[in-house]
Ligand binder design. Structure first.
Ligand code: ATP
Ligand code: MG
Length: 179
């Protein structure tokens, strides 16, 4: 079994902006710059032959390159935030790509959750008890005008996720061109 997900790696011109943004937010478990990405589909623990099928399906997938623009800072978890993220400006091409990737993964035999896709780049995670919510929320208000890009997105990537005591390590397995 391989723990896998499909994502867009952050373009090098956007990464320093995201890193500075994360620096400005007091989060107990900040995502390191090299781990920042935009998840298209979480495949989870996947049998190797199924992942091989998914890889072939991603190779056959056709979708155009597009521009990615990040906008704003938000959190998931309502009054008990557990994840802080940079938002994504409305992007029909990204939404269409996410649908194609999810459909291809399902046809290959992967189980992909069907909850609504909210494109985001995770900046940090925390347990509500551990976090100083007031400080974090004040910093999020200051960061609300954050924007980065547009940057050209020419590919998407299949990653293996290695969960370790020091946090996850994401290993790119294959990338697929958009054109
Ligand atoms: P950790 O689990 O140690 O906090 P992580 O969440 O970054 O680390 P994974 O759980 O392997 O590592 O997740 C890889 C990517 O898939 C991350 O972007 C994560 O947010 C996303 N993800 C994980 N689980 C789900 C899920 N059930 N539904 C949608 N996306 C998910
Ligand atoms: Mg996780």
């Amino acid at each position: 079994m391989i723990r896998a997900f499909v994502a867009i790696g952050m373009p090098p011109e956007i990464l320093p902006r995201l890193d500075a943004l994360a620096d400005s937010l007091p989060m107990p478990r900040r995502v390191p710059e090299e781990n920042m990405h935009l998840t298209l589909a979480f495949l989870g623990e996947t049998p190797n032959p199924v992942l091989e099928e998914a890889h072939l399906a991603f190779e056959a997938l056709r979708a155009p390159a597009f521009d990615l623009e990040l906008s704003g800072v938000n959190s998931f978890g309502g009054t008990k935030p557990r994840l802080v993220y940079a938002g994504v400006a409305p992007n029909p091409a990204l939404m269409a790509l996410q649908k194609k990737v999810t459909n291809a993964a399902r046809l290959a035999g992967c189980t992909v959750e069907s909850r609504r896709f909210t494109p985001h780049v995770t900046l940090g995670r925390f347990s509500p008890e551990a976090a100083d919510l007031g400080r974090l929320q004040a910093a999020m208000v200051r960061a609300a005008t954050f924007s980065a890009g547009p940057a050209r997105i020419n590919e998407f990537t299949l990653y293996q996720s290695h969960l370790t005591a020091d946090g996850p390590i994401y290993e790119p397995l294959a990338s697929y061109p958009l054109r």
